[in-house]
Design a protein around this ligand. Sequence first.
Ligand code: HEM
Ligand code: HEM
Length: 237
Amino acid sequence: MAIKSNKMPTSSSDASSPSAATGKIWDIPLRLFHWLLMFAVIGAVISAKTANWFWHEKMGLMVLGLIGFRIIWGLIGTDHARFSRFPLSLNRVIQYIRSRLAGDRTYTPGHAPTGAWATIILLAVLGAMAGFGTMANNDILFEGPLAAWVGAYTNTATYWHRALERVLFAVLIAHLAAMLTYRVWLKINLVPAMVTGGKDKKAKPFSRRHQMIGVALLLIMVVAAQTLGLLGERYYL
Ligand code: HEM
Ligand code: HEM
């Protein structure tokens, strides 16, 4: 169900000049999602490498909850957050790359075709890793909260959880390289918009209610994922 935005301006400067751009590109829940995801993924990797399984479980489940939120937000979120707005067709991707190579340096708010694909891949890899993690085991005493329920499949899940580590690192390096390429080659800095929300001249301001629903949903998904960690006996060795 689409939640309509109201016409409340989001800042005082917007209110003082109604003809100026008032809409933002990224809503608050999406920005919160992004930076919490970065925190949780880094936390999950560091805790795994230092064999701190207590924190690995917390961080990994946080990733799981965040991905769950993002999937729902892709369906009911604000304009540019919606999967239906992602320009994923092969034609759009080819056209986009061609136009960049031909010297196009303009910035269109929202995900570019390549960025939309990168987003889908990042969400899929992280979702799969966190999902397999809940069923994985470390050959000693620590195991994901669902491992006891899936029998011998826990070893397959462990295999894939481990195998995806390299894929994750490759995708993350590509993500950062893309930011750098935009900055250096195209002279477009994408990062501030992920902090402030950026500006979309054609968009209406997001409604406060819609954004609050998003933040609440994000918190609910993260807490719900953490409750998985309460299942069964837990040994962090
Ligand atoms: C996307 C989030 C996650 C990331 C990035 C991640 C990352 C990793 C990495 C890199 C390792 C390998 C450590 C090593 O070098 O041995 C590992 C191992 C492990 N993780 Fe995760 N993990 C995530 C989510 C989870 C979750 C949600 C759980 C369960 C609550 C979990 C359970 C485990 C277990 C049981 C192992 C040990 C498997 C082994 O011996 O290799 N992980 N994780
Ligand atoms: C573990 C680290 C990171 C992960 C897992 C991650 C993940 C993601 C994901 C999933 C998206 C898509 C957002 C959406 O859901 O629509 C995204 C977009 C974005 N990320 Fe990251 N990110 C990480 C680190 C960073 C860092 C360090 C920066 C800044 C230097 C950054 C800057 C951005 C920007 C600017 C976008 C929006 C790109 C666009 O305009 O299309 N990310 N990131």
